[in-house]
Design a protein around this ligand. Sequence first.
Ligand SMILES: Nc1nc2c(ncn2[C@@H]2O[C@H](COP(=O)(O)OP(=O)(O)OP(=O)(O)O)[C@@H](O)[C@H]2O)c(=O)[nH]1
Ligand SMILES: [Mg+2]
Length: 201
Amino acid sequence: MPQMLAPLRDTVREGLKIVVVGGFGVGKTTMVRAVSEIRPLSTEEVMTEAGVGIDDTAGLRGKTTTTVAFDFGRISLDDHLVLYLFGAPGQERFWFLWDRLFAGTLGAVVLVDTRRVQDSWYAIDRLEHQKVPFVVARNNFGPPVHSLDDVRDALSLDPGVPLLDCDARARDSSKAVLIELVDHVLALSTAAHGAAAGRRG
Ligand SMILES: Nc1nc2c(ncn2[C@@H]2O[C@H](COP(=O)(O)OP(=O)(O)OP(=O)(O)O)[C@@H](O)[C@H]2O)c(=O)[nH]1
Ligand SMILES: [Mg+2]
């Protein structure tokens, strides 16, 4: 259960921005809520007539609200490292906000619902374009019917991009995704430093 009030520890030395992105209704708000140790700020609005025929709610029975700006939450990974989480809005008419949301990010989580894989293509395209490191997490709404290799193929994912399963509702599972992302970013920057040192030497 997230605490309502969790003051930032004074041992924290680094705050890093992470964005959770992906198509409509893949569970971005759910993930930010599951891991945040502060009461997350959400800009959820009840879906209205404006979305009828535009927002594809197939397979999302029970979904009555949608993010119109972003979700914001926080999680301390250890005594020194705190992550600030931004959940992006998923509906296509808000996608113009994404590029700005990516500014200053350490990396991103792309959430995928395998019933609607194509919704994730745009997110992956924008992240590659902006050179933001990312991992892909399949949010399992039911027992998986495809192997992760199939998902990798369907998304044409580079072999270097981590791909894992998660349940966005579960704190531990969502936290594991964030740790995977931090590890991935660390590995990329270590490799980049190594290459630079190699060029100098
Ligand atoms: N069964 C199941 N339901 C989930 C899971 N994750 C999210 N949901 C439900 O799916 C719906 C969509 O979740 P949201 O977190 O609002 O999705 P979102 O990506 O933030 O949606 P937008 O902001 O509208 O793009 C909600 O009704 C959640 O309760 C999951 O892992 N399993
Ligand atoms: Mg949302």
